[in-house]
Design a protein around this ligand. Structure first.
Ligand SMILES: [Zn+2]
Length: 355
């Protein structure tokens, strides 16, 4: 019955992905992809402007070079790609939620993150989604996959073709692999996550080589020089994976873990500077930061999971005793009152040592 449902869904969904697992052509953990129905191939668009003429998003024009900038693309729009095995699930709703959670988690890490669209209903062209990543450090298009077999339960990062003239393909492959493996771990998928490449059949960027990306969003991001991936969060044709992705708490956790991977990758390239004591990363050390530490401490004391990300942990142990607790919170409050009354020392650690 299940097979029949999937089979009929496959026939109807002519522009959706179908993946046949494994192949003799597979290179190590790279998954070979023969037959995909989720995304359209790059369009034969002959009116594409030169990459130099494509504008940079005004949100990042005046940002410091050292700020990590990520463009997140919530795949599809409105109600699109319903799961054939769990009908409340729509791929487009999941990607919209997950993208927004990911943006929040990245921002909490001090990363600048934008979305390719402003609402669930909005549907920018696939090329434009990729183009909008111009000037960003990374482009990630969020999806879940559809497979020929219900048993397929594997995250796949579609990464760039191997290119000799640039290193953006290396970033795409490296971070794609890290993210696919992390998604696999968090979702506890039956098959380990991996990367895949899919080549288009034309020379849409007119560089003289038939080396274009199959996926228009990746074509667009590569065209403007941004490393990118299309991340398939396992399969919405798999009951277990679909049920997992339908849960908001799971999506929040997934977003947090993905954000950490992206952050770790780019912070090793662009050293990040933090203000110790500025827990919420708003440029100020004040009572909000003190409160966040208290909440964190209370949650941990009650046996809950750590809710702080790596950046927050790094800036919260004010007295350097190895613990983030009510003492740190109290020091922040005293420092805040010191600053409010005209104090001139701006480094909270120095101030603490001297008081
Ligand atoms: Zn999709």
């Amino acid at each position: 019955m299940l097979k029949r449902i999937i089979l009929s869904a496959t026939i109807i969904a002519t522009i959706c992905n179908i993946i046949i697992p494994s192949s003799v052509n597979a290179v190590s953990t790279e998954t070979a992809v023969r037959n995909i129905i989720d995304e359209q191939q790059t369009r034969k668009d002959t009116t594409i402007e030169s990459p130099d003429l494509i504008p940079i998003n005004e949100n990042i024009i005046n940002l410091d070079d050292n700020i990590i900038k990520i463009m997140i693309d919530p795949g599809h729009f409105d109600h699109y790609n319903r799961s054939p095995v769990y009908s409340p699930y729509w791929e487009s709703i999941m990607t919209w939620k997950l993208s927004n959670y990911l943006r929040e988690e990245l921002q909490a890490l001090g990363v600048h993150a934008d979305l390719t669209k402003d609402s669930l209903e909005e549907d920018p062209s696939l090329n434009d989604r990729g183009f909008s990543s111009k000037g960003y450090d990374f482009f990630i298009s969020m999806h879940s996959n559809a497979g020929a077999y219900e048993s397929m339960d594997q995250p796949l990062a579609f990464v760039y073709q191997q290119l000799s003239w640039t290193t953006i393909d290396d970033t795409s492959a490296e971070l794609g692999r890290l993210l696919a493996e992390k998604v696999s771990e968090v979702m506890q998928t039956n098959q380990k996550g991996g990367i895949a490449r899919r080549q288009g059949t034309g020379d849409w960027d007119r560089n003289g080589f038939m080396d274009d990306e199959w996926y228009s969003v990746l074509f667009g991001a590569r065209y403007v020089g941004t490393p990118g991936i299309l991340m398939e969060h396992s399969f919405h044709t798999n009951y277990r994976a679909t049920l997992w992705l339908y849960n908001d708490d799971n999506l929040k956790r997934l977003a947090k873990e993905e954000a950490e991977v992206i952050y770790e990758y780019f912070s090793s390239i662009k050293p990040q500077q933090y203000i110790v004591g500025d827990v919420n990363n708003d440029g100020l050390i004040d009572s909000v930061d003190a409160t966040q530490i208290l909440v964190y401490y209370a949650e941990l004391s009650a046996g809950g999971d750590s809710t702080f990300n790596e950046r927050q942990k790094a800036v919260s142990d004010i007295n350097s005793d190895g613990f983030i607790d009510s003492v740190d919170s109290a020091v922040i409050l005293s420092f805040y009152s010191y600053l409010s009354t005209g104090g001139t020392e701006t480094d909270i650690k120095n101030w603490f040592i001297n008081n």
